[in-house]
Design a protein around this ligand. Structure first.
Ligand code: ZN
Ligand code: MN
Length: 473
């Protein structure tokens, strides 16, 4: 009988705030000397009181809204009690029965087919510290203790390790897009717990699952799930499918999972309401504003760029991925009314300058360049030169036209000037004129090159071509 795989993910992502969730300590501790980003609050000293970081809350609800979750008008914090040396308080402040948001969804595309994956809830909690294992013993580093996290729980809607990986990447993209998290895997800013079980295809019941803890890359997420599915398959084939929920660990070096313990249930954590923090409340208007701010996601933008602007897939993808870039692009389109050229110049010229976001170039300059090109006032090479110049700090506040004049890029289109050059070239190249009249198309290209040379590149090529053809017909 055929078996079906059921996967759900729990994703922890660090919010990109300046300070930690309950204190003013620097939240950017990556690479810092151990225990230098700490204070009595995040070290869990007796009597210390947490204060909720507003930026942390803002980023959490923005991320949740982008995952299309309903922001709750009322939510509260709870203590999740467990003992571990990296948790100095002896509890984590998390959210239990009333999280900031629930019931969202994320769309993913698997082999060209769209799937909707349900998001059960998104809640806010703090991270624990870190244990560093050395040959002489285990050390504790509390720099990460108190870092704000969102925990994103999905519905068991995933059917394969591939789907799980695609969803994880999509969520990374969304969190980055709305500036909730940098979600940098290498810095441990995003970690996965993956629950997996099997069942006979066609049945509805969920069987006891194994939860694979703390996967910190897309590759290990994929490999660990694949391994665990095979392990469970063998048990099913032997007639002894898993009969209780377990927590398993993934050994990256050996590429296998090991059973660690029976899975904890909520009872084990003795949750109770956090007495030191007030509940969080939002008005309807505030929730509306949050939802408005994340109205269109990268995947939705991508489809709009494809259908409304007729952009190719790679162009639409690149331009929709990053919010700052997408906003810039759309402003250029608004001003130039030329989506294709806007996309083209932004991707080929502006993005070529790695620090373009810090550069002083504005959408109006790009749109003006496109208009000058379309009118034939400048060549496409000239257009590129102007854009490169416009990105320099020293050229701030100059219009595209001013830059064109500074760089002497205006093409000569007047019939008088062009006519003189054309006549001269015809006079001095009788052989080529003859060749062209005998049907050699290449000779025309040569004559045109000569005109461009005499004009020192300032002649408008399409006009020159038109004039030469007319003159020699
Ligand atoms: Zn602190
Ligand atoms: Mn958690």
């Amino acid at each position: 009988m055929e078996l079906e795989t059921i996967i759900g993910l729990e994703i922890h992502a660090q919010l990109s705030t300046k300070s930690k969730l309950w204190c003013g300590c620097d939240n950017d501790a990556f690479g810092a000397e151990p225990n230098t980003r700490v204070c009595p609050v995040c070290m869990g000293f007796p009597g210390m009181l947490p204060v909720l970081n507003k930026e942390g809350l803002d980023k959490a609800v923005r991320g949740a809204a982008a995952l299309r979750c309903k922001i709750q008008k009322f939510s509260k914090f709870d203590r999740k009690n467990y003992f571990y040396p990296d948790l100095p308080n002896g509890f984590q402040i998390s959210q239990y029965d009333q999280p900031i948001s629930c019931k969202g969804k994320v769309e993913i595309s698997v082999d060209g087919k769209r799937h909707t994956i349900g998001i059960t809830r998104v809640h806010l909690e703090n991270d624990a510290g870190k244990l560093v294992h050395t040959p002489s013993g285990t050390l504790c580093d509390y720099n990460r203790s108190g870092t704000p996290l969102v925990e994103i729980v999905t519905e068991p809607d995933l059917r394969s390790p591939e789907e799980a990986q695609i969803l994880a990447k999509e969520i990374q993209k969304i969190l980055r897009y709305v500036d909730a998290s940098d979600a940098d895997m290498e810095k441990g800013m995003m970690r996965f717990d993956a629950s997996v079980s099997l069942r006979h295809k066609g049945t509805e019941k969920l069987n006891p699952r194994a939860e694979i803890k703390n996967l910190n890359s897309f590759v290990s997420l994929f490999k660990a799930l694949t391994y665990e599915i095979n392990r469970q398959k063998k048990l099913w084939e032997k007639g002894t499918p898993p009969d209780k929920e377990t927590t398993v660990g993934w050994l990256d070096n050996e590429e296998k999972t090991v059973i660690m313990r029976d899975k904890e249930s909520a009872n084990d954590y003795r949750y109770f309401p956090e007495p030191d923090l007030p509940p969080v409340t939002f008005t309807d208007e505030a929730i509306e504003d949050i939802e408005k701010a994340v109205a269109e996601l990268p995947s939705e933008k991508f489809h709009r760029y494809r259908s409304d602007f007729d952009l190719g897939e790679p162009e639409a993808l690149k331009l929709s991925e990053d919010k700052v870039l997408a906003d810039f692009f759309e402003q250029v389109v608004d001003l130039s009314d030329n989506p294709k050229k806007s996309a083209n110049f932004i991707l080929s010229v502006i993005l070529g300058n790695t620090s373009w976001k810090k550069s002083s170039i504005v959408p109006q300059q790009v749109a003006d360049v496109i208009n000058l090109l379309e009118e034939g006032t400048i060549s496409s090479t000239g257009a590129k030169e102007i854009l490169i110049e416009a990105m320099k700090e020293s050229q701030k506040d100059k219009t595209a036209k001013e830059l064109m004049i500074d760089l002497d890029l205006e093409q000569v289109s007047s019939s008088n000037d062009l006519g003189k050059w054309v006549e001269e070239v015809i006079k001095t190249n009788p052989q080529s004129v003859d060749d062209y009249k005998k049907g050699k198309e290449k000779a025309l290209q040569f004559l045109m090159g000569q005109v461009m040379q005499i004009s020192k590149g300032s002649a408008n090529p399409p006009k020159v071509l038109e004039m030469l053809k007319k003159r020699l017909s």
